[in-house]
Ligand binder design. Structure first.
Ligand code: NDP
Length: 284
């Protein structure tokens, strides 16, 4: 058989994108499994997503990840969406099936997988999520579809938070509530899991933490942060001080990368190798 000199191409479209470490994680996975895939990190100008997507098809790429600011716009360019992505209204994963584009959102699924690896389930649980942006929408919808009992959304902008709480109520089996976040927000006593899904604490603003009434955090609660750069956030530090179980943003990042890997390649992701590559990148 003739040798094949062509690599399968995947990658990511975003802006800003230069500091996104996903390529390191994916390339480590491909090398470990001996797959001739290349992951290319691409800066696409806002307004250029459509031609970029056409280029992706023309180059016969297997697919791309979409990150800020393309997750919502990308969903509208798909031929088909996964059921969850359709509810969320945003995607972070595109699969190119011979020109037929399928969109999925693995952000919330990544968080659920990260929880599972820590022995944490969401079924029947009461969950509070801070923020109502893209990550929050994916997390709220996936937790609700996975059987969470109730989801409380706290947000600093009234309309977005209310709209997300309404979406959960109408499109999933979970109860939901909206809390207008205009001062230190208290964590309700019956909360099992609290997730920071805001961008507060993201590098370089590592000295910031969400405005939470931290004394309302109790030892039995699970406190999770989506922030992965740096994963040792002040938010999780406050939770640690109060004896809560904490889950940092690295687990969500690696798990969603592993899901993307498996969807693109059809091969089981070498999870530990991918996680170690990310930890090495952050000097952990
Ligand atoms: P968005 O910009 O869509 O959402 C950010 C949210 O944070 C919004 O609800 C925004 O409120 C809220 N927010 C911003 N500043 C404040 C503040 N000072 N106080 C309270 N709320 C605030 O971003 P994404 O949802 O896409 O991403 C959020 C974070 O999640 C990012 O840091 C990103 O890196 C991280 N992330 C991590 C992943 C992982 O795998 N670990 C995966 C995906 C994202 P409003 O818009 O109403 O003003």
């Amino acid at each position: 058989m003739a040798k094949c000199y062509r690599s399968e191409l995947v990658g990511t479209f975003g802006n800003p994108i230069d500091e996104n470490p996903t390529g390191v994680v994916m390339e480590a996975g491909f090398a470990e499994r001996g797959l001739d895939y290349r992951y290319i990190t691409m800066k696409v100008a806002p307004g250029d997503l459509k031609p970029a997507m056409e280029g992706m098809k023309a180059m016969n790429m297997r697919g791309v990840n979409l990150t800020i600011p393309f997750k919502v716009e990308g969903a509208a360019l798909m031929d088909e969406l996964s059921p969850a992505a359709e509810i969320i209204g945003a995607i972070n994963l595109v699969v190119n099936r011979d020109g037929w584009l399928w969109g999925e959102n693995t952000d919330g699924k990544g968080l659920l997988a990260s929880f599972r690896s820590e022995g944490i389930g969401v079924e029947g649980k009461t969950i509070m999520v801070l923020g109502a942006g893209g990550a929050s929408r994916a997390i709220c919808v996936e937790c609700a579809l996975a059987g969470a009992r109730k989801i409380t959304v706290a947000n600093i902008v009234w309309e977005q938070g209310l709209e997300l709480a309404e979406l959960i109520r109408q499109r999933t089996g979970a109860q939901s509530e909206f809390v207008f976040w205009n001062g230190p927000v208290a964590v309700p006593e019956d909360t099992d899991i609290l997730v920071n899904a805001t961008s507060v604490g993201l590098f370089p603003n590592v000295q910031e933490k969400p405005d939470v009434a931290y004394d309302s955090i109790r030892p039995g609660m699970v406190i999770s942060d989506v922030i992965f750069n740096d994963p040792r956030t002040l938010f999780l530090g406050e939770a640690n001080k109060r004896g809560a179980k904490t889950v940092n943003g690295l687990g969500m990042l690696v798990n969603q990368a592993a899901l993307n890997f498996e969807i693109w390649t059809g091969t089981k992701a070498p999870f530990q190798v991918m996680r170690e590559a990310l930890e090495k990148e952050f000097g952990l």
